[in-house]
Design a protein around this ligand. Structure first.
Ligand code: ZN
Length: 58
């Protein structure tokens, strides 16, 4: 278990969590990227992923 870097809420690692996985903080809704598994650590994910759905198909 680690803490949300934004609000400090507890973030639990699921049994199938993988490195680089994106999680959502259940408290503040921030997208968090798993940056380490042992020890478990997350960082605030870059926001560009939200733009994927807005891209114009080539
Ligand atoms: Zn949070």
């Amino acid at each position: 278990m680690t803490e949300c870097p934004v609000c400090g809420a507890d973030i639990e690692k699921a049994s199938d969590t993988v490195l680089g996985e994106l999680l959502e903080c259940s408290d503040c809704g921030t997208e968090l990227e798993v940056t380490n598994l042992n020890p478990f650590n997350v960082e605030e994910a870059p926001g560009f992923l939200d733009d994927v759905n807005n891209q114009i198909p080539l």
